[in-house]
Design a protein around this ligand. Structure first.
Ligand SMILES: [Zn+2]
Length: 415
């Protein structure tokens, strides 16, 4: 077998698949796909060889829960909260999510596209190759649709998986008329947005949408061909995680207040638990029941929840570390949380692992200066890691630390 491109002698490689973690490993690409992965000693012949001594490797990272498309700034609100203002006080003064809604409604398609593109570039720099992005700052049919149009036309090499989240908050013009707003989400927003999205999501919690409203919106989304997911059990226990699991949700996210019945329902339906340590840190929430999720065999993913209010954190590596420090994950769980299990949360069996049949996404990183090239070091240190080499769908995005214009990996030879 002759391959196009061989990443040779990777000190430690997380495959995310059956081969687990390999030492002195190699990955071979051919025709823009992963053709082979295994120990360097038995690597196939390749037209081009990249020596990876001193580097660690992982599948391209997957950030499976973000609100990365928004306009405006919430820095002033951050300072007010530090000074003691409550979330409710800020919301009643027109702040919080609704201030982001105001700014996002005022942004045209070109502006939204450019904002998201720049944020995706920052995420790509640390090794992220697939990002889920939610709507929910439009809260009317035209802006929700415009957000999705921006997501699917960024021109970024980072793969964007779009989620419709019209039920993120009740907009100011529907204040006191939540039922009418739910009706608008189902009858007007969904038909326009469903063709552009992959998932339907609802913020179901005390102070947000009720369990019955969430069920109605998710069922309507499923009828439009969308995959359900849910913001569940963050502020109060509502039963939303079990409800969504029963509807076939690929994930339930947040889960700080999840009970044993919710854990059992998620285990039964194979629903992924998406843990969001950034929001937990900023909102001073208690940790989710990680020990119970682990004991029940619920797959756990870790994501940034990147948003301008409760989690202004776009570095997935930082979240992997926080998930260990603040939630009790092990290092191996955190690593699978930002790769394989994040792909599962998105219902994508080809993302977050490396092997024949996976997407050809690979990141190689150097450890912090003076440290050994071990995966655990990248979780031990809090953030600040940059991709040394990055390949997405078989194309070079970063090579020797330099951003590339999507050249085919192994270009110059092969198919
Ligand atoms: Zn969220």
């Amino acid at each position: 077998m002759t391959t196009d491109l061989l990443f040779h002698h990777i000190d430690e490689l997380l495959t995310g698949g059956d081969q687990g973690v390999l030492y002195d490993a190699s990955v071979a690409f051919a025709g823009g796909r992963v053709r082979w992965v295994g120990p360097s000693a038995s690597a196939p012949v390749a037209r081009q060889i990249v020596d990876c001594h001193g580097l660690v490797g992982l599948p391209g990272l997957v950030d499976c829960h973000t609100h990365a498309l928004f306009a405006g700034s919430r820095a002033e609100e951050f300072q007010r909260r530090l000074a003691g203002a409550s979330y409710t006080e800020i919301l009643e003064a027109g702040g919080g999510i609704l201030s982001t809604v105001k700014a996002t409604r005022a942004a045209d398609l070109e502006r939204l596209r450019s904002l998201l593109h720049r944020r995706l570039e920052a995420m790509l720099a640390v090794g992220v190759t697939s990002v889920e992005v939610k709507t929910g700052y439009g809260l009317n049919p035209a802006t929700e649709q415009r957000m999705l149009e921006a997501m699917i036309s960024t021109g970024s090499p980072v793969e964007v998986l779009p989620t419709f989240l019209g039920a993120h908050a009740v907009p100011a013009e529907y204040r006191g008329r939540r039922e009418d707003y739910v009706e608008q989400v189902i009858r007007q927003q969904l038909p326009r947005c469903a063709p552009l999205a992959r998932f339907v999501d609802v913020y179901c919690d005390r102070g947000a949408f009720t369990l019955d409203e969430a069920r109605a919106i998710l069922e309507a989304g499923v009828a439009h061909g969308l995959i359900p997911r849910i913001h569940a059990e963050q502020v109060a226990h509502t039963g939303a995680a079990a409800m969504a699991a029963g509807l076939g949700a690929t994930s339930a996210d947040h889960l700080e207040q999840l009970d044993d019945a919710g854990v059992a329902a998620m285990a039964r339906h194979g629903t992924v638990a998406v843990l969001l340590p950034g929001a937990m840190l900023y909102l001073k929430d208690p940790p989710p029941p990680v020990a119970a999720l682990r004991a029940a065999g619920v797959p756990m993913a870790v994501s940034t929840d990147f948003n301008p209010g409760s989690s202004p954190v776009r570095d997935l590596w930082t979240c992997a570390t926080l998930a260990c420090l603040r939630m009790g994950l092990r290092v191996d769980e955190a690593l699978l949380g930002i790769t394989r299990n994040a792909g599962r949360a998105l219902g994508r069996d080809d993302l977050g692992w490396i092997g024949p049949g996976s997407s050809a996404d690979l990141v190689l990183l150097a450890p912090p200066p003076g440290e050994p090239a071990e995966l655990a070091v990248l979780v031990q240190y809090l953030g600040g890691h940059r991709a040394h080499h990055l390949v997405k769908a078989g194309r070079w995005l970063i090579r020797d630390g330099v951003r590339q214009d999507a050249l085919a990996a192994g270009a110059g030879g092969g198919e």
